[in-house]
Design a protein around this ligand. Sequence first.
Ligand code: FES
Length: 169
Amino acid sequence: MIGKQGISSRRQWLVRGISGLAAILSAAIGTPAALYILVPPKKKKDSSWADAGNLNEVPLNRPQQIQLQRVHFDAWKIRSETDVAWVVRTDEDHVTAFSPRCTHLGCAYRWEPGAQIFLCPCHGSKFSSTGAVLSGPASRPLDQYAVKVEGDRLWLGDVESGNGAARSS
Ligand code: FES
């Protein structure tokens, strides 16, 4: 037979056990949540500039298609993607980089060395080596990347519609 004191003791043990379990569960759930709130995610680095290679390897007055790797930081995620640009170097230190997408509907265009034009195969738009529209249906010039030159390295930033040409320093 169990006395009143025995039942009370068991009840206390049960209450303490449940309280302890609740504390463990709270810590297990609360700690990661608190860390998520208290520890700020990594600040985004300036990922807009990507090394596009050695400027001296770009021939003069001969548009060259290049590939570059862009690294994007998004909180704890880091991803890398391949980007493409058409680079035109008109003298020793003057370079322009065009987005590879036609400004009509976004097709990939190509350089036609014989005609010295960029030609879009989708609807026939033609652009000069400076990106100007020679014939439509495209109505605006090729988009350009922001460009900077550091030493002999060419760096490309984001696509912008204005003039992104750069001179080396
Ligand atoms: S997408 Fe280039 S001409 Fe239409």
